[in-house]
Design a protein around this ligand. Structure first.
Ligand code: AMP
Ligand code: ZN
Ligand code: FE
Ligand code: FE
Length: 298
């Protein structure tokens, strides 16, 4: 083939569909995230904050002045009695009243839980206040990583991991349950707002066998699941291949993202994870097709 036939405009375009901002427990603002994505040469991003769309709403205000395409997104923690189930939602109408109401109820549940976590930590003898944790969150929604950060800052633990292992994770003395949507309600909330529900990082379900995971995914698909987050820094080649075939078997879309949290997970780079993550733009086109063909979207 002659060099004349090489089309230089066809350089690969990569995306990152799983980014956290200061609206939840990321350390970069939506504006800083867009600037970072531009520098990284990404073609599209989605700010998928935990249980809030404030990050997406703010980012979309910069859409006209940015070369990076911005997709509305959220990451909802669903209630399951095994592992952790996170449902990503993409391309919802963010002004949908029922969607915003459901997310608002989840946020109230967080506020209640956060107050109880403070009481638990104080009962454990730590000098820690709600204002300090609120300060660590930068004014956005407070999550457990912010409690961990304050415990680190005040020298009560060495690092964030230690704070979770000793106090904040399930089964530890400062862990408090909070109100969560069921997996079905989380998916239906996303669907009825015209969005596309996707199962995030399937390994956190802690399914014991591939057969168990297959059955969980089949059940979710029946209840409206449209996609699987296959490309993710912690997956590695074996899990990535397993999840690709799982997605194909259940006719689910494939998505991917770095779960970028800024300084809270400094080893993770936007778009490229630990350096080897590559998420092609084609997946965004498939997401958009799914959203526009959804029976709920009109
Ligand atoms: P929350 O949604 O407030 O319950 O907090 C959940 C967040 O805590 C998620 O973003 C996780 O990434 C983070 N997290 C959970 N377990 C750990 C851990 N062991 N070490 C560090 N971060 C964690
Ligand atoms: Zn997070
Ligand atoms: Fe998650
Ligand atoms: Fe996440």
């Amino acid at each position: 083939m002659s060099l004349l036939h090489v089309n230089t405009s066809q350089k690969p375009a990569y995306v990152d569909l799983h980014i956290h901002s200061t609206a939840s427990d990321g350390t970069l603002s939506p504006k800083e995230i867009i600037e970072t994505a531009e520098k990284a040469g990404l073609r599209a991003i989605a700010i998928a904050d935990h249980d809030t769309v404030e990050g997406s709403v703010e980012a979309l205000q910069y859409q006209d002045s940015s070369s990076v395409e911005i997709l509305s997104a959220i990451e909802i923690s669903a209630s399951v009695d095994y592992g952790a189930m996170h449902i990503l939602g993409y391309l919802m109408r963010l002004d949908d009243t029922a969607f915003r109401r459901a997310v608002g109820v989840v946020q109230e549940g967080r506020v209640n839980r956060n107050r109880q976590i403070i009481t638990r930590l104080q009962d454990l003898g730590f000098d820690i206040s709600y204002d300090e944790v609120s300060g660590a969150s930068g004014g956005g929604q407070i999550g457990r990583p912010h409690f961990a950060q304050v415990l680190v800052n005040k020298g009560f633990v060495q690092n964030i991991d230690e704070a979770f292992i000793k106090f904040l994770r399930k089964g530890r003395p400062a862990y408090v349950e909070r109100y969560r949507l069921t997996p079905v309600d989380a998916m239906q909330t996303i669907l009825q707002a015209g969005g596309v529900p996707v199962l995030a990082h399937p390994f956190t379900l802690n399914a014991k066998t591939e057969g168990d995971l297959d059955r969980i995914v089949a059940g979710l698909k029946q209840a409206g699941l449209k996609g699987l987050e296959v490309y993710y820094p912690a997956h590695g080649p074996v899990r990535t291949a397993q999840y690709e075939s799982l997605a194909h078997r259940h006719e689910l879309l494939i998505t991917g993202g770095s779960d970028f949290h800024g300084a809270l997970k400094p080893e993770i780079h936007m778009g490229f994870g630990r350096g080897d993550l590559r998420i092609p733009y084609r997946l965004v086109e498939e997401l958009k097709q799914s959203a526009s063909s959804s029976k709920y979207s009109d």
